[in-house]
Write a protein that binds this ligand. Structure first.
Ligand SMILES: Nc1ncnc2c1ncn2[C@@H]1O[C@H](COP(=O)(O)OP(=O)(O)OP(=O)(O)O)[C@@H](O)[C@H]1O
Length: 264
């Protein structure tokens, strides 16, 4: 049986560029899996996510989600970007409402949608700020609303492109814990781009390591053999966590060094 999310022989070449950014990328993600994609800057991580989001067309190969070939953006995939994409003139509640009305209006009545928006505000612990506008809340809170909005769309896949990359370390840890908790509760299929090795190990079932571009492809996949729920403090000295971390660091810094630093 084909995987829930099946990225097959994916090749992306941008116009005016002689060599493809990504070449023959193969990745199969099962329903409910949390997969992190890691690799050096510029290797093509966001390009890969954008293809799954339907924002970019493959040059060769393709992506099939739940048996359907992806041919453009759709409500079955919700994306959380590094910088929140909330509409500044709408409150937190209204930002989520807009997405819910666009995706679920045909299947849910008005009252049910209202309850659903509140439920998702609660899921990201932002009920207290439902009537605030984005400029009135912190960066971490904006990302929480972005995640709540994505989940409220009931996507088949949650796509996150460095969702915590712009946050300070403490806020980032807090949000990672929240996303872990939500994933434990909902089991949403998730593909997350990250630069942060600890974050990848803590959150993921598998870590997909891309080689350097051009012609980047999947170099290695690490299964993170850590039981859930996971606790960052308890894991800090757990040999399984330490070994997984070392394996990713070895891939990134010994076998596939950062081309940008090499060129400097
Ligand atoms: N629209 C585009 N047109 C031409 N080249 C592009 C386009 N988008 C991305 N690229 C190039 O493709 C390569 C991969 O970019 P991408 O943003 O996917 O990398 P990344 O791994 O996500 O990088 P980072 O970790 O720094 O965000 C880069 O060399 C980039 O310059």
């Amino acid at each position: 049986m084909p995987a829930f999310l099946d990225i097959s022989r994916l090749t992306i070449a941008f116009p005016k560029s002689p060599v493809p950014v990504l070449s023959d990328v193969e990745l199969q993600i099962e329903k409910g899996e949390f997969v992190a994609v890691i690799g050096h800057s510029g290797c093509g991580k966001s390009t890969m996510l954008n293809v799954v989001a339907g924002l970019l067309e493959p040059t060769l190969g393709g992506v099939v989600l739940d048996g359907r070939e992806i041919a453009g953006p759709g409500p079955d995939r919700a994306v959380v970007f590094q910088n929140h994409s909330l509409l500044p003139w709408l409150t937190c509640y209204e930002n989520i409402k807009l997405a819910v009305d666009q995706t679920l209006k045909s299947s849910m009545g008005r009252k049910e949608r209202h309850e659903w928006i509140l439920h998702n505000l609660g899921l990201v612990r932002m009920m207290h700020a439902k009537d605030k506008r984005p400029h009135e809340i912190s960066g971490g809170m904006k990302q929480r609303i972005g995640i709540g909005r994505a989940l409220a769309m009931k996507p088949k896949v949650l796509l996150m492109d460095e969702p915590f990359g712009a946050l300070d370390a403490l806020t980032r840890a807090h949000l990672q814990d929240q996303v872990m908790q939500i994933h434990n509760d909902l089991g949403m299929t998730t593909m997350m781009i990250t630069h942060d090795v600890d974050e990848a190990v803590l959150l993921s079932d598998r870590i997909v390591m891309l080689t350097n571009g051009p012609n980047a492809h999947v170099g290695e996949i690490l299964h993170v053999d850590l039981p859930r729920p996971r606790d960052r403090l308890a894991l800090a000295n757990d040999p399984r966590f330490v070994n997984a971390r070392a394996a990713v660091l070895e891939f990134l810094h010994a076998r596939h060094t950062n081309p940008a630093l090499e060129a400097a």
